[in-house]
Design a protein around this ligand. Structure first.
Ligand code: HEC
Ligand code: HEC
Length: 351
């Protein structure tokens, strides 16, 4: 009986020992599970938050790129009925001088510049004076002529002013091709709309006049290597086309051209110059862009009879460099600024 008692006591102890072991094992399992839970839970959370912040970072980046107009894919021109005409139009925009320059293969009716010198990458570059909104907004009323203008008229404006040349025959195959290309470029832009990245960058006005002296220093430092000491640019071999187009002097755009307005020049340069600059990585400050514009546009260049321009003088842009004006600001201020006070005065008279 004693022995039995002893035995059952031993059994009891053994059972307790086993129970303790079980409890320890269970505790270990619970601890392990807890550890897994604690370190395991944040992992998916981390992933989630990573994704969150990823998309947060991505959205603005994507937006700026997605928002900016992208030209249609040129490899798709071939599916168009008038593919050959569109391709010829693109060629004329890119190599205008080869066909129509002073030594052009077809005729000699322009100054040696290419449309593409100002309408970069054949008129496709964001803020590089692209043609994205031409098909969608023309024909339209323009203050410059005081009339409704067709795309033909607008193209010939650049021939007569920016290329300081002669207008093309509207029915000729060159004009027809140029317009076909411009229409193809804008084919996906809804009527009346202007995509982001159209035309030129609009810079904020300086609160002082743009300074040709400061601009000269910038020109000598950052532009002269390509556009040359006297703004004459540099020819390619054979002198048929320019490697670096002239920016003043007898072969440059005339005083009726868009770039002769300071805001157009400054906006162009800010997002595109020196060569290969893009709108999202400008090389010049706004001040530098305004000042270099003042310097270049105070240099000599071809004249143009502008007596028929801007029949409504109140419709002159603030930086239209030729009087008379509907306001009391001087021609000097309309040319070099500050433009802010002119713009403000206009807002007041409109109210
Ligand atoms: C010296 C620079 C220069 C050259 C070269 C030039 N243009 Fe222009 N062009 C301009 C400027 C500046 C504007 C007006 C941009 C603005 O007001 O925002 C313009 C505007 C235009 C527009 C109207 C764009 C719009 O959205 O309303 C068309 C079309 C055009 N040019 C076609 C041509 C063609 C075709 C050629 C070649 C025959 C050419 N340009 C050569 C500077 C140039
Ligand atoms: C590395 C060479 C290079 C430098 C530096 C350079 N450009 Fe240009 N520039 C070009 C080329 C090339 C073009 C024509 C672009 C094309 O056809 O694709 C051009 C075009 C232009 C045009 C329009 C066409 C014309 O001749 O009127 C202007 C205006 C202009 N540049 C101004 C400037 C200014 C201002 C600077 C200095 C801040 C500058 N560039 C620096 C190479 C250069």
């Amino acid at each position: 009986m004693d022995e039995f008692k002893h035995n059952s006591e031993e059994n009891y102890i053994e059972i307790i020992q086993r129970l303790v072991k079980c409890i320890v094992v269970l505790l270990v399992i619970i601890v392990v599970l807890l550890v897994i839970q604690i370190t395991g839970l944040p992992t998916p959370q981390k992933d989630l938050s990573k994704k969150d912040s990823d998309t947060k970072i991505e959205t603005p980046e994507k937006k700026s790129v997605v928002d900016v107009w992208i030209a249609p894919d040129t490899t798709q021109i071939k599916i168009e009925k008038n593919a050959a005409q569109i391709i010829y139009g693109r060629e004329l925009i890119a190599n205008t001088s080869f066909y129509l320059g002073p030594k052009g293969k077809l005729q000699h009716s322009s100054n040696g510049m290419n449309c593409q010198n100002c309408h970069l990458d054949a008129g496709t570059k964001p803020f590089g004076n692209n043609y994205s909104a031409v098909a969608s907004t023309y024909p339209k009323f323009r203050e410059r002529s005081g009339t409704m203008e067709s795309i033909y008229k607008r193209v010939n404006d650049c021939f007569e002013r920016s290329l300081n040349g002669k207008a093309l025959d509207t029915l000729g195959s060159e004009m027809q091709a140029i317009v076909a290309y411009i229409k193809w470029l804008g084919k996906d832009v809804p009527k009346g709309e202007k995509p982001k990245g159209v035309g030129l960058t609009e810079l904020t006005y300086l609160d002082r006049p743009a300074d040709p002296e400061k601009g000269k220093t910038i020109y000598m430092l950052k532009c002269k290597t390509c556009h040359a000491e006297n703004g004459e640019g540099k020819f390619n071999d054979g002198q048929l086309t320019y490697q670096y187009p002239p920016i003043w002097g007898e072969h440059s755009y005339n005083k009726g051209a868009g770039l002769f307005r300071l805001s157009r020049f400054a906006g162009y340069v800010k997002s595109n110059m020196p060569q290969n600059t893009t709108f999202d990585s400008p090389q010049l400050t706004d001040e530098e862009a305004w000042d270099v514009s003042a310097f270049v546009n105070s240099q000599p260049r071809p004249e143009k009879n502008l007596s028929k321009d801007r029949p409504k003088i109140a419709g002159k842009p603030v930086d239209h460099p030729f009087g008379p004006y509907a306001d009391k600001f001087t021609e000097q201020q309309h040319k070099y600024g500050p433009f802010g006070p002119i713009a403000d005065a206009r807002k007041k008279t409109k109210k």
